[in-house]
Design a protein around this ligand. Structure first.
Ligand code: CP
Ligand code: NVA
Length: 305
């Protein structure tokens, strides 16, 4: 039997992505749909980076499905003392039913998946955050209806969250525009591949320098922290480079009048976004955060059916 993993959005095809969002919406409307499905099963969450939304949503999703989550920090598994990833994968595959891992190197998650015989889910690496992208598309659909043809403007860092959002938006035929300062563009390989997928589905992916150009008439304005976890040493340089990339009220007026503002959180008010935008009427960040739970329920139902 082939084990399904969710390491990047590329592990999904368009019908599966749409089905996951539909199931997440159904489970949100009727949480009893999920009850009992993971009864007697355990899910390991191994996180070497901090987390609020991902940890709480995955643990809650597992509990809602009747399963038992086991949470371990980086230094709590022998992995943190040098036990090989392959040996860890072998052992947990004989006890648990799925592993969610949050760590730095994406290659480590790929290696875990190569050796695991249970589903491995990427709970964020330096390069990808697929669970976030699922919640983001669900939130856009809830607020704006059909995804195909809508325009997302990303202002800021070409980072992990952007990579997954671009891949997901491409699969459903959205138009994605990203404005970054020089030197902070998204991964060119991921951009190239996502642009091809987008054009196959009637969408597009455009890289820009000027945030005003990216935001012009957009349906969704998105940003993320300028300094991601693991980049603390670059903080001063990044804050200087991103000075003109803050999403403020003036920037939001350049988007469509019906535009929504999104941010995966945690946010730094006064850096990538002003308080009046993130706490204002166009912001949907709390729905976006809540939808992390519903999309994770859907992911577990899909991977462990
Ligand atoms: N958006 C997100 O993944 O948040 P956490 O880092 O709190 O899990
Ligand atoms: N880009 C951020 C996202 C946090 C959820 C980081 O990697 O720290």
């Amino acid at each position: 039997m082939i084990t399904r993993h969710l390491l990047t959005i590329d592990n999904l095809d368009a019908p599966t992505l749409r089905a996951l969002i539909a199931d997440a919406r159904a489970c949100k409307a009727d949480p009893t749909l999920a009850h009992g499905q993971l009864s007697g099963r355990t899910v390991l969450l191994h996180f070497t980076k901090a987390s609020t939304r991902t940890r709480v949503s995955v643990e809650t999703a597992v509990a809602r499905l009747g399963g038992h989550p086991i949470f371990t920090r980086g230094d709590e598994l022998q992995l943190g003392r040098g036990e090989p990833i392959a040996d860890t994968a072998n052992v947990v595959s004989r006890m648990c039913d799925a592993v969610f891992i949050r760590t730095f190197a994406h290659a480590d998650v790929e290696e875990l998946a190569r050796h695991a015989t249970i589903p491995v889910v990427n709970a964020l690496t330096d390069d990808h955050h697929p669970l976030q992208a699922l919640a983001d598309l669900m939130t856009i659909e809830e607020h704006l209806g059909e995804l195909e043809g809508k325009t997302i403007a990303w202002v800021g860092d070409g980072n992990n969250v952007f990579h997954s959002l671009a891949q997901a938006a491409a699969l459903v035929g959205m138009h994605v525009r990203i404005a970054t300062p020089e030197g902070y563009e998204a991964d060119p390989e991921i951009v190239r591949a996502a642009a091809v997928v987008a054009s196959e589905h009637g969408g597009s992916l455009t890289e820009l320098r000027n945030p005003a150009e990216a935001v012009a008439g957009a349906d969704v304005v998105v940003t993320d922290v300028f300094v991601s976890m693991g980049e603390e040493a670059q903080e001063a340089a990044k804050l200087a480079a991103f000075r003109d990339y803050q999403v403020d009220a003036a920037r939001m007026t350049q988007a469509a009048p019906t535009a929504i503002f999104m941010h995966c959180l945690p946010a730094h008010r006064g850096e990538e976004v002003t308080a009046d935008v993130i706490d204002g009427p166009q912001s949907v960040v709390w729905d976006e955060a809540e939808n992390r739970l519903h999309t994770t329920v859907a992911v577990l139902r899909y991977l462990l059916d």
